[in-house]
Design a protein around this ligand. Structure first.
Ligand code: ZN
Length: 241
């Protein structure tokens, strides 16, 4: 299967990668939705990750996101992220669509990254949109000169998904002749439409995920018995042969 995927990668004119939570958990990053984690002892994300909290409960909202950023800074992109960045530079892939908000693809050096849910890569003032650096937020710069609340560039509950990014991802998926899903169970809508958009427009579909997904029957190849990192390392070795 790895050989086959490597051959498809060599033959493909436009390959698009789609990454989900599994990509990040291989960096050790806990999935914040997992309720037995420390995060839930301190905060209730269901109550804080939304616009209402930003407006009416600014103090706790800010504490929550500073904590998330501090947690995020404990982890780093893994080899798989670096292989993808390498593949972009050498023209093996065209871009990455991601559901992840950790910005590990950017940190690894990828440039064409379509972040469907935004990311912690940058921050801005909720009121005047002035940009803020994540390091400064980390250091405590959480209030804008205009009096507004500084917040991460992620999509909060109650906010619209970034239409431009979705459009860009759709264009990329339509144009792809190879579409590879890494570490997503493809349960989150509407992000999970992209593999089928690609497939409908003639792309080969590969799903590398630890568990079966509802989309496996549409896939030309699935890999479940390897981690993403192992699979990408193995494919990368074949590419170099
Ligand atoms: Zn402002």
């Amino acid at each position: 299967m790895i050989n086959q995927i490597a051959n498809w990668l060599k033959e493909a004119e436009r390959t698009v990668i789609f990454t989900g939570a599994g990509m990040s958990t291989e960096s050790g990053l806990p999935d914040f939705r997992t309720k037995d984690r420390g995060l839930w002892e301190k905060f209730n994300p269901d109550e804080l990750a939304n616009v209402n909290a930003l407006i009416h409960n600014e103090k706790e909202f800010t504490e929550f996101y500073r904590y998330r950023l501090q947690e995020l800074f404990k982890y780093k992109p893994h080899q798989g992220h670096h292989i993808l960045a390498d593949w972009e530079k050498t023209g093996v892939i065209d871009g990455i669509i991601t559901q992840n908000v950790d910005a590990f693809h950017f940190d690894a050096g990828s440039e064409n990254v379509m972040e469907l849910h935004g990311s912690f890569h940058a921050f801005h003032c909720h009121d005047c949109y002035k940009p803020y650096e994540r390091n400064k937020y980390f250091d405590g710069e959480t209030k804008c000169a205009c009096g507004g609340t500084v917040r991460p560039n992620i999509v909060l509950f109650g906010e619209q998904l970034p239409q431009d990014t979705f459009k860009q991802a759709e264009v990329a998926a339509r144009a792809a002749d190879l579409f590879i899903v890494l570490g997503s169970s493809l349960t989150v809508s509407p992000a999970n439409m992209f593999p089928l958009v690609a497939k409908d427009h003639g792309a080969k579909l590969v799903i590398i995920n630890r568990e079966a997904t509802d989309f496996d029957s549409y896939a030309d190849a699935t890999v479940q018995d390897m981690s993403i990192k192992e699979a990408l390392l193995a494919i990368n070795d074949r590419l170099k042969q």
